[in-house]
Design a binder for this molecule. Sequence first.
Ligand code: GDP
Ligand code: IMO
Ligand code: MG
Length: 426
Amino acid sequence: MVNKVVIGAQWGDEGKAKITDLLAQDADLIIRYQGGCNAGHTVVAHGKTFKFHLIPSGILYKGKTCLIGNGTVILPEYFEQEIDGLKKENIDLSGLKVSPLATITMPWHTEVDGYSEDNASKGKIGTTKKGIGPTYTDKMNRIALKIQDLYSDEALNEKLDVILPIKNKQLEKVYGLKTYTKEEVLDLCKKYAEIFRPYVCFEWQELLHKFKKEGKKILFEGAQGVMLDVDFGTYPFVTSSNPVGGGAATGSGYGPTVINEVIGVAKAYVTRVGEGPFVTELTDETGNLIREVGHEFGVTTGRPRRCGWFDAVTMKYACLVGGLTSIALTKIDVFDKFDEIKICTAYKDKRDGKIYNSYPTDVYIHKYLEPIYETHKGWGEDITKVTKYEDLPLNARKYLERLEEILETPISIVSVGPDREQTIFK
Ligand code: GDP
Ligand code: IMO
Ligand code: MG
């Protein structure tokens, strides 16, 4: 039994869903453990493209159990939409389960997120406006609703009597937004209870116990990426959960002892959506070329992704704090026609020439940092049909081996295209 966690090792959109989908083939239970519908996960199977936000990417295989864990935040209307979309595609949803401990994103959370983004004169984060930050804030502040509350009149009544006076005061006085009556919220909750009824898993403890006891294979699917982690990322330009490997322990119901491997997914270059520092960002023709060839536009918001060269400084940091046992390197095919490929191996402070070989966590100095690159020769051929590592062009192999050397972490998977088949297991 090898239980694996798949996490993003950069700023999200690394191709986690592709890797999760591939590994899900051999897994019995797939758990999405943090984040919410801020995530946009793409799986291409048999030439068909599927986009997921909350539902684990393992759902495409029949007979697997797919759990949305306690660490997630769920926007009910979005969940419903995603379910309807999958039903239209005749995807079997009988294995889909939702933890009763997952937190609900209420309308005020998305309204506050939207308001804060639209009215920020300084410090705009560039969020997905899906209410992620405000929902996690209320969870930590102990004034959030959990899925299980929807099925208990007592819990709902008692909690809303605490939550609503606080929320309404905030909504009105801080944001100048519409307030909510208890009747309105109870009506909403009735609707939400019906949305989740077929999926809520009150027997989650027995379920998790059974899978563990029977030695079944468990796969954890992360969302976002290490550099968006609320503790370790480029704070405050981050999301509000823990995309690092450790998040799988707190967000699933399994402790850290069931985890055997953490696979960090990274692109052969770096992208970022939203605001925040990005030392290797390319705002020139090369950046545009990467965006064009790599189709770098957001799945959830459609925003063009910022693009830049591979940043081995942040990646080394991600290997450490993410707890990576290996790397899945995706999208190397995007460089098929590039003459040269760069890797950033250190940063230099423009002010005093100070060299940073390790990632500086004070992001307010990042604007003074310039990347120090080493340059590698491209391979100049189409690698999208290569299925064996030995069949990769020499320059591609040299490039991968150099990355392993710098990162002191093995690359276990190389992805050469979006489809399931376009994968090399090393
Ligand atoms: P995720 O959020 O980490 O699951 O990644 P996204 O789905 O947001 O973005 C990754 C995009 O890259 C998707 O459109 C994938 O279909 C695509 N993709 C994944 N791996 C590869 C690859 O190796 N090569 C190419 N060209 N595209 C890939
Ligand atoms: P996947 O799982 C890329 C970014 C947003 C913003 C910041 C905070 O597809 O990799 P939030 O709405 O979470 O409060 O926004 O985080 N962000 C992502 N960027 N991929 C994602 O998910 C992201 N989820 C959030 O753009 O900068
Ligand atoms: Mg994505």
